[in-house]
Design a protein around this ligand. Structure first.
Ligand code: SF4
Ligand code: SF4
Ligand code: SF4
Length: 307
């Protein structure tokens, strides 16, 4: 299917356009009044609207700004992503903040794929900042499997701990988190710098977002969510390609933050990839408008597994 050609791209935005852009983000602040699917629809609508308004540079700047902000907040929010606290809490039969966030990541991925990885994660801000130092692609496919070697024993340990504690009996979002702040004591600093140091080292050593590919304990929740979505084929946010419009300029492949073979995906009309974070960089960088967002079911992957 061919896409409609957009209007000519403009770089200077009039103030009315700015106010439209800001107002298009209001749906994000409505989760208290609507259900999960409404929130997902609102979020995807926002992205689609930005797509049709032709603000490529603005969207990517905004995205980089939000992940940079998340990275700056990381010392405050570290505990809510902690792989250790979730085990400790399970051993006391407690649902803690990180377990709730991991569950939300899984639920959001059913409709929004890995949008969290593009727009909200502190790890994204940290690693994308390093693109200027080492921007080489992290193309080793074996990297993608390391995280499963970490994740499967880890999730099993959580289940065992919860089982030994007699199941989950209470919820404490701020479990072992004093005043809601994460880095408050010398030990917390050591943990914080260990996590940051590991992601930084991997990115500097192996390339773009290597930490996301190799060691992230959160991404499997979202990969499983999108696999489930693909299995049942319900509508969700995806990429859609128009292969006949592609001019084979290589731009999308060269600039994909997740080092994916985007041009090949476009040429085979197989835009489903478990490592795609739906950042939209390929959409915004494609002068031929050969890629766009869509909210629909279906979608073919390069290996034709659909999962
Ligand atoms: S893969 Fe992990 S570290 Fe990377 S952006 Fe996603 S959640 Fe964050
Ligand atoms: S940026 Fe667009 S035109 Fe260039 S290779 Fe990618 S899809 Fe094709
Ligand atoms: S394929 Fe496109 S949307 Fe997916 S990670 Fe790469 S640049 Fe982002």
């Amino acid at each position: 299917m061919l896409f409609m050609q957009g209007k000519k791209e403009t770089h200077a935005l009039p103030s009315k356009e700015y106010s439209n852009l800001i107002s298009s983000f209001f749906p994000y602040f409505l989760p208290y009044t609507s259900g999960l699917s409404n929130v997902c629809n609102n979020a995807s609508l926002t992205i689609t609207r930005m797509n049709t308004r032709q603000h490529p540079a603005i969207r990517q700047r905004l995205r980089r700004f939000t992940v940079l902000l998340a990275m700056l907040l990381f010392p405050v929010i570290l505990n809510y992503f902690s792989p250790y606290l979730v085990i400790d809490a399970a051993s006391h039969g407690t649902v803690n903040g990180s377990l709730i966030l991991f569950a939300l990541m899984f639920l959001s991925s059913l409709f929004l794929g890995r949008l969290w990885c593009a727009w909200g994660c502190p790890g994204a801000g940290l690693q994308e900042m390093l693109f200027k130092v080492n921007g080489k692609p992290a193309r080793n496919k074996r990297l993608d499997w390391i995280k499963w070697v970490i994740w499967i024993p880890w999730i099993s340990l959580i289940a065992i701990m919860a089982f030994r504690a007699g199941g989950y009996r209470n919820i404490d979002f701020f479990y072992m988190t004093e005043n809601g702040l994460s880095v408050t004591a010398p030990l917390n600093y050591i943990i914080y710098y260990t996590v940051v140091g590991t992601f930084v080292t991997l990115s500097l050593w192996l390339g773009r977002r290597a930490g996301c590919h190799a060691i992230c304990w959160m991404s499997p929740f979202m990969i499983l969510g999108r696999s489930l979505r693909n299995l049942f084929s319900w509508p969700s946010l995806r990429l859609e390609a128009a292969p006949t419009q592609c001019s084979s300029c290589h731009h999308c492949t060269r600039h994909c933050p997740m080092s994916l073979p985007v041009e090949k995906m476009v040429s085979q009309n197989a835009m489903e990839h478990r490592e795609c974070i739906l950042c939209g960089n390929c959409i915004d960088g494609c002068a031929s408008k050969a890629i766009r967002y869509s909210f629909r079911s279906g979608g073919k992957s390069l290996d034709a597994s659909h999962l």
